[in-house]
Every structure is written in structure tokens, then in C-alpha cells.
Ligand binder design. Structure first.
Ligand SMILES: NC(=O)c1ccc[n+]([C@@H]2O[C@H](COP(=O)([O-])OP(=O)(O)OC[C@H]3O[C@@H](n4cnc5c(N)ncnc54)[C@H](OP(=O)(O)O)[C@@H]3O)[C@@H](O)[C@H]2O)c1
Length: 276
């Protein structure tokens, strides 16, 4: 029997980008799904699209409109979703927003809002699901961080802060939840072609753009394949893409020397060009 047949996955951010591509791939492998996001219209469209890839009529895909940043909303709606659809085998935390700008342009309110979604949002969902996974005797939590959660980058003081937090959170969860038979996977993708990067591009400094190119660009489908492979193998760290993997390798073995200095040099060139 296929690994995902008859399993149930809850996916936050399941209406777009990486979450949606992962949902689609899991559906094609027999998984039942519940997708969570704020916008019901996009959830309905995602649901329709996924139904077309499901070849088993007994498979299900449902949606719940939720704001992961609102803890009361999360606790109430996760409880209701578990009651209606069952305890998930897999939870994928993909809901998130991005921004790239010079630190001095980022207001306290912007900082607060992004942290509430990217960090507290993941925390809120995990805290709501955990009692059910423990009761069930196991499960798998997948947190989507970023290469920006492993390497600090120009223009990403806010986004990197949120994604580094997800790395720390996931490391601790992995260690604490092993005794309950709950696996944790941390996913650190490079740039992925989704609506997220269109939004981010509105304020992204030119220096950040050139540095970002070093980690590579991939499609949501490529990222989803790496995520699904990682879940099957119960890997802790998944870094999709060979460019991102090698960047991380050089960063780690040189304690940042091979990434910081070339990046500083590229940023200097880019700044000169943008001044001209
Ligand atoms: N794209 C990249 O380059 C990239 C690279 C590395 C990591 N990531 C990470 O991958 C994850 C998914 O990003 P993506 O590129 O797939 O972005 P995306 O296409 O913009 O999708 C984001 C999803 O999150 C949902 N969402 C946003 N805020 C939410 C909230 N407060 N409550 C509930 N749902 C919310 C969105 O739906 P609603 O707006 O309707 O709520 C949407 O379904 C994010 O955590 C991001 O940081 C992205």
C-alpha cells in the first residue's frame, strides 16, 4: 500500500504556493486533506483543483478558513476540524508571509504582524494539534522555514528573524516529541516561484535581489517533491535543490566565511550599480 493512502494531512497555507503544490502531490498519492488559510475563495479553488487529481472517489479534501495568527480562532477551529475530519497523521505548517526591505524602513507594526503570522502562527497550530497527536500515539509535524532561516541575508532582517525562530522551534520540538512518536521535519527552501515572491518584490532592495540569486529558484512542484520525499523518509532537515544544498554546505563548513564575504562583495557591486 502506498505510504500516504488513507492518511490525513492538515495543511496551513494550503490554498497557494508551496502548501498547495504539496497538497496536490499528497492527494495524487492517496492522502486525505484539510486545507487551512484565511481566504475562502482561494481555498475553494484549491479544493476544486485538488479533487481533479484525486483518482480515488473515497478520498476527501476539505477546507477551513482560519487566521493562524489569532490563537483563539486556531484553538477553536482546530478542535472543530479534528471532531469533523479526524486527527491528522501529518500537519504541514506552510502559512506565512514575506517581506524584504532595509531594516530602517520596517515599522514596529510590520515587524509585529509578520512575527504573529510566521512564528506565533506556527506555534498556535502546533499547540492546538499536539494534544490530539499525543492521544493518538504519534504523528508528523512539518514546519516550512527557509534558507533564510539558516543564513542571514541583506534585506531580510524581519523575514530571517521569523524563519530562524522556526528553525529553533523545530529543533526543540523534534527533541521533545520523539518520546511521543511524533516526528518533526524542518523544510528550508530557497526562492520558490509563488505569489509570495511577487508581494515581496514590491519592496525588495536591489542588493537583496542579487544575493538571493545565489541560492537558486525553483517551482512549487519541485519544492513539494522534496517535502513529500522528506516526510516519507522521516528526515529532520529538508533543503530542496542542489544550489541551496551546496550554499548551505559551504556556509557551514566555513562558519559563514564562504558565504558572507562573497555576498558583501556582490552587495558592494550592486549598490554601486543602483546608485548610477
Ligand atoms: N516562496 C518562497 O520563495 C519561499 C521560500 C522559502 C520559504 N517559503 C515559506 O513557504 C511558506 C509558503 O509560502 P508560499 O511561497 O507558498 O506563499 P503563498 O503562495 O503566498 O502562500 C501563502 C499561504 O499562506 C496563507 N496565509 C498567509 N497568512 C495566513 C494567516 N494569517 N493565516 C492563515 N493562512 C495564512 C495564504 O492564504 P491567505 O492569504 O488566504 O490566508 C496562502 O495559502 C511560507 O511560510 C514562506 O515563508 C517561501
Amino acid at each position: 500500500m502506498a505510504y500516504f493512502s488513507d492518511k490525513l494531512a492538515f495543511i496551513t497555507g494550503g490554498s497557494s504556493g508551496i502548501g498547495l503544490a504539496t497538497a496536490n502531490l499528497l492527494a495524487s498519492q492517496g492522502c486525505n486533506l484539510v486545507l487551512f488559510a484565511r481566504g475562502q475563495k482561494m481555498l475553494d479553488e484549491a479544493c476544486k483543483m485538488i479533487k481533479r487529481t484525486m483518482d480515488n472517489s473515497s478520498q476527501s479534501v476539505n477546507t477551513v478558513s482560519i487566521d493562524v495568527a489569532n490563537n483563539d480562532d486556531v484553538q477553536r477551529k482546530i478542535k472543530a476540524a479534528v471532531k469533523e475530519f479526524g486527527v491528522p497523521d501529518i500537519l504541514i505548517n506552510s502559512a506565512g508571509i514575506g517581506t524584504g526591505d532595509y531594516f530602517e524602513n520596517i515599522s514596529y507594526e510590520q515587524f509585529d504582524r509578520l512575527m504573529k503570522i510566521n512564528v506565533y502562527g506556527t506555534r498556535n497550530i502546533v499547540s492546538a494539534i499536539l494534544p490530539f497527536l499525543k492521544q493518538k500515539g504519534g504523528g508528523h509535524i512539518v514546519n516550512i522555514s527557509s534558507v533564510a532561516g539558516l543564513i542571514g541575508m541583506f534585506g531580510y532582517s524581519l523575514y530571517c528573524t521569523s524563519k530562524y525562530a522556526i528553525v529553533g522551534f523545530s529543533e526543540c520540538l523534534r527533541s521533545e516529541l520523539k518520546r511521543f512518536n511524533i516526528a518533526v521535519t524542518l523544510v528550508c527552501p530557497p526562492e520558490v516561484k509563488t505569489p509570495f515572491i511577487e508581494e515581496e518584490a514590491k519592496t525588495l532592495p536591489p542588493e537583496a535581489r542579487v544575493v538571493k540569486n545565489l541560492a537558486g529558484l525553483m517551482t512549487p512542484e519541485q519544492a513539494a517533491r522534496a517535502i513529500v520525499r522528506g516526510i516519507k523518509k522521516k528526515k529532520f532537515l529538508v533543503v530542496p535543490g542542489i544550489t541551496a544544498k551546496s550554499l548551505l554546505f559551504w556556509h557551514r563548513i566555513s562558519n559563514g566565511f564562504f558565504t558572507r564575504y562573497p555576498a558583501d562583495w556582490i552587495i558592494k557591486l550592486a549598490s554601486r550599480r543602483s546608485v548610477k
